[in-house]
Design a protein around this ligand. Structure first.
Ligand code: ADP
Length: 584
């Protein structure tokens, strides 16, 4: 037995090293060049080529071409024998010829003669039980450069290389798919953001159509919603937005027997038609291609997106899938916008109702109160004690009802944005003193004391003095109502950065933790006996909060049951407001 050749050992070592490098990269071009350089180095070839089946066309295409100096060979100077490659691919076996010029299998071939090819080796690349291409090396100058050991090496190497190539290809494909998916996701994220930001139906429809046209490259399009004609009760499609700017809404109702609408409605899925005549087109305009995608909510069709193009191949399957996904999103946004429209209409109706009722109640209440006061005052003759007592009850109840009317109309005005604020700069201390003066009597009658405590030199605030007076009156009245006799109520005022801070505190009944979370909600009143004894509708604090916030301030409170409560609100200082007004 002969000793293994030294160069054979060296080649085995090189084979091992290059094979181990193969798996290191998933970059296809890099892997292919690595493979070719390694093969040239291992076999002593002059040049090496790697051809792969193109995944789309199925043709063999050069994927790498390298020379002995590890340079890439340009496409034009690729001089190879296709016959050799095709044979290797067809038989699935390695091919070796020591001199192609004299090899009867190839001698007659045009490329062999023309390019004067001599030593050639070729091995198929096989991965996942199919042939993906071939590796081809040659040496044009010399004959008998390669022997069977070289071929064996090339075949072994080709087997390993094929796996690395396959992995890299798979990776590239996965990577591309992933990148496309990520791109699509971020696009839909943008679309969703825009669609969900708007509760205006017309804007939602315009946005959806804009995206549908710009991302499919269609020439024009429209969006329509299904509706029922109020008079004829016929259902049809009303085109609401048209990319060509036609008068939206003015269009007649498109009946269900219109070919496009009929098809989409019947099949419940998109229709794509080519070469459509005016009769088939949703807007009577002929087009080379028309896509109609239903807008469905909970599986029920509520509208239709149509796109037209003057090129029959302008809209492909990917575009159709995209518009379908867009339609799903538009459906949700349309539903929300419609719900919002309905809520707006209901809230408007409620607001009008309250406004009429409060207005109509005010007048008779004033009359009842007036006559009641006249009778109590003795204008109609002397009264028995019991009569007086009953009239006082009437009077208290009228007051209660007047409070309710006034609170309801305040809430109504704030909620509908109709509350007027006559803002100006004024001294908050003046308002505090006015409120103290107006409530002093009732507070004293309950043997409570009211203290005012303020830091000197508080700047003027910028707000509506009447509204701030209303806020303060409400808070002090609550302190008075929910504090037992002998209690102490304190109003404090100070400056805090750009705001004046006003605090009303009492040492009264306090508010339990459970009730604290419900404070400021309309009609909330604590179940306490001490609360229920007092007049009130549970609307004051919610009005106070809205008034404070509408003027750029905030309101907060701390309270402890049986210890007392402190309510604090802020209002912008006038100098700050003026500065911002100037710079704005
Ligand atoms: P009303 O006083 O008409 O009930 P408000 O909206 O002003 O309505 O107050 C709601 C509820 O909050 C009151 O019924 C009471 O339970 C509680 N509350 C408000 N202010 C105080 C306070 N200073 N001390 C204790 N409880 C209070």
């Amino acid at each position: 037995m002969s000793e293994p050749r030294v160069n054979e050992q060296a080649r085995l070592a090189a084979l091992y090293e290059v094979s181990s490098q193969l798996g290191a990269s998933l970059d296809l071009t890099q892997v292919l060049n690595q493979v070719m350089d390694a093969i040239i180095q291992l076999t002593g070839a002059e040049r090496g080529y790697l051809v792969l089946f193109d995944e789309d066309s199925g043709d063999l295409q050069p994927a790498a071409a390298r020379n002995v100096d590890q340079e890439t060979i340009a496409g034009k100077s690729m001089k190879i024998s296709r016959t050799v490659i095709e044979r290797a691919v067809a038989t699935g076996e390695g091919i070796l010829t020591s001199n192609a010029q004299e090899d009867e299998r190839f001698a007659g071939q045009q490329s062999v003669v023309g390019y004067q090819l001599r030593s050639i080796m070729c091995a198929p690349l096989r991965a996942r039980s199919s042939t993906v291409g071939a590796v081809y090396v040659d040496n044009r100058l010399f004959t008998s450069v390669f022997d069977n050991a070289d071929l064996e090496l090339l075949v072994t190497f080709a087997n390993q290389a094929a796996i690395a190539i396959d992995n890299a290809r798979l990776f590239t494909r996965t990577d591309q798919n992933l990148a496309r998916r990520v791109e699509e996701l971020s696009l839909f994220q943008r679309i969703d953001q825009q669609l969900n930001k708007s509760l205006d139906l017309n804007r939602v429809l315009n946005l959806a159509l804009h995206w549908a046209i710009s991302l499919t490259g269609a020439d024009s399009g429209s969006i329509g919603l299904l509706e029922i004609n109020k008079e004829s009760e016929e259902q049809g499609l009303r085109l609401l937005v048209h990319s060509q700017g036609e008068e939206a809404g003015a269009a007649a109702l498109i009946p269900f027997d219109h070919p496009v609408l009929h098809e989409v409605w019947e099949n419940g899925r998109s229709s794509f038609l080519q070469n459509i005549n005016p009769g088939q087109a949703i807007d009577n305009t002929p087009a080379a291609a028309q896509l109609a995608v239903p807008i469905k909510h909970d599986g029920v069709m509520t509208g239709l997106i149509t796109l037209e193009s003057q090129f029959s191949n302008a809209i492909d399957n990917e575009d159709i899938a995209f518009v379908e996904r867009l339609a799903d999103r538009a459906a949700v946004a349309i539903k929300n916008a419609r719900l919002y429209e309905e809520i707006q209409a209901i809230s408007q109706a409620k607001s009008e109702f309250i406004s009429v009722v409060t207005h109509e109640l005010r007048l008779p209440m004033t009359a009842i109160k007036g006559y009641n006061d006249l009778i109590i005052g003795g204008m109609t003759g002397p009264l028995t004690d019991q009569q007086k007592q009953f009239l006082q009850v009437i009077r208290r109840n009228i007051d209660r009802m007047q409070d309710l009317i006034s609170d309801l109309s305040d809430i109504n005005r704030i909620e509908s944005g109709r509350m007027k604020f006559e803002n100006r700069a004024f001294a908050i201390l003046d308002t505090i003193h006015e409120v103290r003066d107006s409530l002093q009597e009732v507070i004293a009658a309950k043997n409570q004391s009211l203290k005012i405590d303020y830091s000197p030199g508080i700047g003027a605030v910028y707000a509506d003095p009447k509204r701030i007076g209303q806020v303060l009156t409400n808070l002090v009245s609550n302190a008075y109502k929910y504090t037992p006799p002998e209690g102490v109520i304190t109003i404090q005022a100070s400056e805090d950065d750009d705001f004046a801070r006003v605090t009303v505190s009492d040492n009264g009944i306090g508010i339990s933790e459970e009730n604290q979370v419900r404070l400021f909600t309309q009609f909330f009143r604590a179940e306490d006996q001490a609360v229920r004894e007092q007049n009130g509708w549970g609307l004051g604090l919610s009005i106070v909060k809205k008034i404070v916030e509408a003027q750029g301030g905030e309101i907060d409170f701390v309270s402890e049951l049986n210890r007392g409560s402190t309510f604090t609100f802020t209002i912008p200082l006038a100098n700050i407001k003026e500065e911002t007004a100037v710079s704005a």
